[in-house]
Design a protein around this ligand. Structure first.
Ligand SMILES: [Zn+2]
Length: 421
């Protein structure tokens, strides 16, 4: 067994700093007072410290000690005014930031941390799900999705599709680069989650050509065109399939089961609850002539004679009595993107729905991505950094923990070791 390598703040910040330093700066030379690096890093530092106000953050950073900490810890040379920072970030195409997600994942891989995320020996589970992080009747930009109410009022939204690497037994989730669900130049048609899903699958494969992945999705995704896209990208899948959406599939399953095809497994746990599994391999996904054959499995949890949980999925992995329990755990790990990711970002101090500034082009999405990177960095520390884990245990909640961190930043002079490369 190889020892796992600790990923330090200095190493992660250094890779981020390098990435920011290499990005194209489209601003006109004469008008630039602050480096692009410093604008991006100031915004990241604010997210890292979970500060709810850009203006208050910017003002505090004028104080000598706080500026000194910002400069020592985050390598910032000068602090832009809040309006300068917003103007600068609005111009940065969001996908320029995505290399940081790849870099950190490779570091986790090299540090042997991904081995804990292996699922069914060789795969990584990648749940995907959409979420809305902005909505307004008045504030909007070029990328906003638009929805008309019955009375004709327009409401503006920003939504993203997110993919994260998870494991049923691991608390930390590892986000991949998000895919915006947004209107692009000239397109009159509103973008939608399933189209974003197809784009995202192709992009993930391009960024991670060799990573064996199982994409985990809800009932929206268990449709032929999306499964075709997964096949094209060489990805496996576990996708929710409900009887109402898949009448033909369920007819096949029920008939084949009645003929003794497929299998079933049942056992009681220590609490006396009954776990019931059923599966059939090689059934058509739908009633069309060129329908794919998929493998079907379902699970019921029965407590005191009543089913307290029931779900069913389709997969390309052949189901048998040796893997059905794991496959169900994989399908159920989808809640980790709702609970451990979106819920944490929305309700645990990250202020992801807070409007730090909307901009005309990329600002809203860039703030979202920098916040997601702060969350990712914290997840890496929780996973790999014993000192961070000990500090985190001293607080009863994430909010309290980051409150302490902000106060320490205000009061204590800090030094961070330089990274020698
Ligand atoms: Zn917008």
């Amino acid at each position: 067994m190889h020892p796992k390598k600790h990923l330090s703040f200095a190493a992660l910040r250094h890779s981020m700093s390098e990435h920011f330093g290499k990005m194209d700066d489209h601003r006109q030379n004469g008008k630039v007072n602050h480096r692009l690096h410093d604008c991006l890093m100031c915004a990241f530092a604010m997210m890292f410290l979970q500060d709810p106000s850009l203006l208050a953050f910017q003002r505090r950073m004028q104080e000598e000690r706080q500026f000194s900490n910002l400069s020592n810890i985050f390598q910032v040379q000068s602090v832009p005014k809040d309006s300068q920072l917003r103007d600068c970030l609005d111009q940065v195409p969001t996908d320029q930031l995505y290399g940081i997600f790849d870099n950190w994942l490779h570091r986790l891989q090299r540090g042997k941390h991904l081995t804990d995320y292996r699922f069914l020996k060789k795969y990584y589970l990648v749940p995907i799900d959409g979420s809305q992080y902005f909505s307004s009747n008045t504030i909007h930009c070029e990328s906003c999705l638009r929805a008309k109410s019955k009375k004709g009022a327009i409401r503006y939204h920003h939504q993203i599709l997110q993919a994260v690497i998870v494991h049923p037994d691991m608390r930390q989730v590892l986000p991949l680069a998000p895919e915006p669900i947004q209107n692009t130049d000239g397109s009159k048609k509103q973008d939608c989650e399933i189209n974003a899903g197809k784009r995202m699958v192709a992009k993930i494969r391009k960024r991670h050509p060799k990573l064996p992945m199982i994409v985990v999705g809800d009932g929206l995704y268990s449709k032929q065109p999306f499964i075709d896209e997964l096949k094209k990208s060489g990805m496996s899948y576990i996708l929710v399939a409900k009887p109402d959406d898949h009448t033909v599939l369920f007819q096949w399953v029920n008939e084949l089961h009645a003929l003794g095809d497929g299998g079933s497994l049942e056992f009681a746990d220590k609490k006396g609850r009954l776990h019931r599994y059923r599966w059939v391999n090689g059934v058509p996904l739908n009633g069309t002539a060129d329908a794919d054959n998929v493998n079907f499995f379902q699970y019921e949890l029965i407590s005191k004679g009543k089913a307290t949980y029931r779900n069913s999925w389709v997969t390309d992995i052949t189901v048998d009595e040796n893997n059905v329990v794991e496959l169900v755990k994989g399908g159920r790990a989808r809640w980790k993107i709702e609970n451990e990711t979106f819920n944490t970002l929305k309700n645990q101090g990250y202020h992801i729905e807070h409007n730090y500034g909307h901009g005309n082009k990329h600002l809203s999405m860039n703030f979202f991505v920098l916040n997601l990177l702060a969350f990712y960095m914290h997840q890496i520390f929780e996973l790999t950094d014993r000192l961070y884990q000990q500090c985190r245990l001293k607080s009863s909640s994430r909010k309290e923990h980051f409150g302490l961190l902000r106060h320490a930043f205000q009061l204590l002079p800090a030094r961070v070791k330089r990274v020698v490369t």
